[in-house]
Each structure stands twice: as structure tokens, then as C-alpha cells.
Design a protein around this ligand. Structure first.
Ligand code: ZN
Length: 129
């Protein structure tokens, strides 16, 4: 089954979407399988990281900004090449194992939609099989 979600992303941030993935798996009725979380954007990404200490995602954003600063040498006319670089580094999907009707996630793992070119209205999909 395919589930579509809209996300309002007013600022560069890691938006926790774990509850939407749990909801998709529950609605699907799948007891053992996989869920693919995927976004259709080129300046946003999907990742799994720590959900306990908010400083972790803050530090990830800090490091991505340091790694990919804006350069006057960039040619992309839209002016958001740094956001494209961050999106390719993070990737556009994650796959999660489903067991006992739940996504198999570690205690400290959360699933995040990563916005790099705000403000945007975004969409992501969860395919449960
Ligand atoms: Zn662009």
C-alpha cells in the first residue's frame, strides 16, 4: 500500500516523521515486510538518526552547512546548489524492516524529513509491502 503525506517545511530542519511511518504500517495491515520512505524532491532528503537529544540533528545541520557553504563559483541559476549537495549526501529514501506489525527501529532512532531549501510545501511517500 502507498501512503502520501504533505509536510509544511518553513525552515531548514530535520522534521521527525516517525509517527507517519508507524501510522502507515499500522493501516497497511502488513505484519512482516518492508516500508520504503521516499521523497520526490531534489533539495530535501530522508534519513534515520537520533530522536532523543535534539542537539544531534542541530549538529548534523551545522556540519552540513560547514561542509557545503554557498560558493560564487556555483553555476546553477536557481542559486540553491548547496541544498542540492546536502540532499544528495543525505539521500532521498530509507527502507525500514517491518516485524510484528511495527517498523523495526532502535530505541534512539527516528525517521526524519530533511529540508534544505525552505520555505517549501513538501510531499513524501511511504510504500508498505
Ligand atoms: Zn535548484
Amino acid at each position: 500500500m502507498l501512503f502520501k503525506y504533505n509536510l509544511d517545511a518553513p525552515k531548514q530542519n530535520f522534521y521527525n516523521i516517525t509517527s507517519q511511518i508507524r501510522e502507515s504500517v499500522a493501516k497497511s495491515g502488513i505484519t512482516s515486510g518492508i516500508a520504503v520512505v521516499y521523497c520526490l524532491h531534489t533539495t530535501a532528503g530522508i534519513t534515520i538518526n537520533e530522536n532523543a537529544d535534539p542537539d544531534v540533528v542541530r549538529d548534523l545541520l551545522f556540519a552540513l552547512d560547514k561542509t557545503y557553504p554557498d560558493h560564487p563559483e556555483f553555476r546553477h541559476a536557481e542559486g540553491n546548489s548547496a541544498a542540492h549537495l546536502k540532499a544528495s549526501t543525505i539521500g532521498s529514501s530509507v527502507t525500514v524492516i517491518i516485524e510484528n506489525s511495527k517498523p523495526l527501529l532502535g530505541t534512539w532512532q527516528g525517521i526524519y524529513f530533511c529540508e534544505f531549501d525552505p520555505p517549501r510545501k513538501r510531499t513524501f511517500y511511504v510504500k508498505v509491502m
